[in-house]
Design a protein around this ligand. Sequence first.
Ligand code: ACO
Ligand code: ZN
Length: 275
Amino acid sequence: TQSSGEVARMKNLNIIEMGEFQVEPWYFSPYPTETAYVPTLYICEFCLCYYTNHKQYERHRTKCTLQHPPGNEIYRKDDISFFEIDGRRQKMYCRNLCLLSKCFLDHKTLYYDVDPFLFYILTQRDERGCHIIGYFSKEKESADNYNLACILTLPQYQRMGYGRVLMQFSYELSKAEGKEGSPEKPLSDLGLLSYRAFWSEVLVELLVGIDDLSNMTSFTTQDILHALFSLDAIRYYHGQHCIVLSERVIEQYERFKKKKLRRIDPTCLKWTPKV
Ligand code: ACO
Ligand code: ZN
């Protein structure tokens, strides 16, 4: 499922350099035409401004004062922080973020209108500042009960458990709002794989003796059933869905327990929903 106008567009960027990383974009992104097709696009990892020329980029770096995303730090534990950015207040940053993330998302139309969204930026801190690892966006008002619009882990940080951290955080916000939530559809292939893995892992942990899974997780009943079906952990019995602990559930639980993964600590979240 690709957005129609962009199906035929060729990938227009070669290499992106950000901080100490060089990455190759996966898909077309609507950077201005004079920017595209250069050998390397230099992106400031703090303000996300982009430069076609290394000299210009270096000049910018001597002037740029940002050391973290331009918003409120609403979560901090160890070296991990989340910053909340309002699309209406930080248009430039959010547009630059959308341009960057479009390089790795094929199925979404890019929103130039960032006003209706909040952006939650996951960072890792060192002596130089808070470096962006990934983010998710969220509509300020979602008619469809979506608690996440777009999610991205920058390629240099993928498969290290940060996708789970982003997803868990999106549900912590839903819990604070007293709501259920679900990611915006359609999901990309990687989005579906990651959400399915995440829902399954969380549910498997809770499965024993819990009847109100939706309440505990803020997952919608539909997403719960989806994950449980994929685990082969649901039986329809006497007109009712029942959870069964299949071999696969137990196996998955043991595999998951072996991984050393970062978790969001809800007590470190300093955030109240805006009314
Ligand atoms: N191949 C197979 N399984 C995968 C892959 C992959 N390439 N990537 C993730 N998974 C599954 C695995 O089960 C993985 O667990 P494991 O590594 O322990 O096996 C699990 O998902 C979660 O992996 P994380 O390391 O926590 O997730 P990551 O930081 O890599 O981020 C994300 C996942 C955000 C989907 C990332 O792949 C990404 O940014 N992709 C490009 C953008 C995108 O497609 N976003 C989703 C669009 S849908 C939407 O926005 C609503
Ligand atoms: Zn900058």
